[in-house]
Design a protein around this ligand. Sequence first.
Ligand SMILES: NC(=O)c1ccc[n+]([C@@H]2O[C@H](COP(=O)([O-])OP(=O)(O)OC[C@H]3O[C@@H](n4cnc5c(N)ncnc54)[C@H](OP(=O)(O)O)[C@@H]3O)[C@@H](O)[C@H]2O)c1
Length: 295
Amino acid sequence: MRALVIGAEGQLGVEVCRAFAGTELHTADLDGAGHILDVRDHERALDLITREIRPNLVILCAAAHNVPHCEKDPDLAFAVNALGARNSALASHEAGARFVFISTDYVFGDGGTRPYVETDRPAPLNVYAASKLAGEHLVAAQCPNHQIIRTAALYGAAPCRAKGGRNFVENMLHRAATQPEVRVVTDEITTPTHTVALAKQIRLLAEHGEPGLYHATCQGACSWHEFAQAIFEETGTAVNLLPTTSSEFPSPVRRPHYSVLDNAHAREQGLDIMPPWREALKDYLAERAARETRG
Ligand SMILES: NC(=O)c1ccc[n+]([C@@H]2O[C@H](COP(=O)([O-])OP(=O)(O)OC[C@H]3O[C@@H](n4cnc5c(N)ncnc54)[C@H](OP(=O)(O)O)[C@@H]3O)[C@@H](O)[C@H]2O)c1
């Protein structure tokens, strides 16, 4: 298989590249070691995908997903997340490649009380979410051999480039070490998802799944406060962890309070290999400890 990962230097892209070891793997980013591609540049996307590489599989991990920035700059959000996805999907179709688009739990709105399945109606609350949903529609229109994979609350060894700095796990451990108390919200429910597990799921779906829309997060759900508690328990960190609510952090950007996804489509095909979120956290912490030992 000849695969192309776009956004290969991002938090998820790094692990997707690892998961596709053993294939003929090409990468593309705004800058860096691989091919150079700004997904907003339709001609460049066409040239790279249909003439330079001609892959069988394209996985688009690149996105503009700093949520507050997207809210302030909708033109950029739609240019990258909607038109950039369209450009990559159209070129993939021309090359005869399967196209995989990574999307988000944020396409769902407020009021949910049970995990969302793929047939539930999206109702995005912010510009980032609306631009990703527009990307989903454009991908489906341009490349029949597509997979749209919605995920949530990613963390992994590579940093999230859009958000900068530490992921949630590292942020919690840093705050516990430097602050007298750590306050975390109880009223946002999601499923923390380790990029290593998601990358393996993406490869399995890309190679064996039918085209269509998929949810892919770790199993189960928790509030950010429960996730923080699990991080401190698993690392034996002594900390004064206090519950709070999102009203303590007023923001101009609306976010869903409940955005848990059910991996129904993958499960129906016998292809849901995502681990429970707490097991995935243990894996992350074990890898982290091994990295620290190696120095
Ligand atoms: N992180 C989460 O919690 C989360 C949750 C749900 C869904 N997702 C989705 O998961 C995917 C991967 O997210 P991530 O956390 O890995 O993000 P990330 O670390 O920010 O990586 C995104 C990558 O896209 C690149 N990029 C941005 N604009 C580009 C453009 N115009 N052309 C080409 N590349 C561009 C970035 O390059 P630069 O850094 O050089 O700008 C970066 O390498 C995204 O589709 C995101 O929407 C993420």
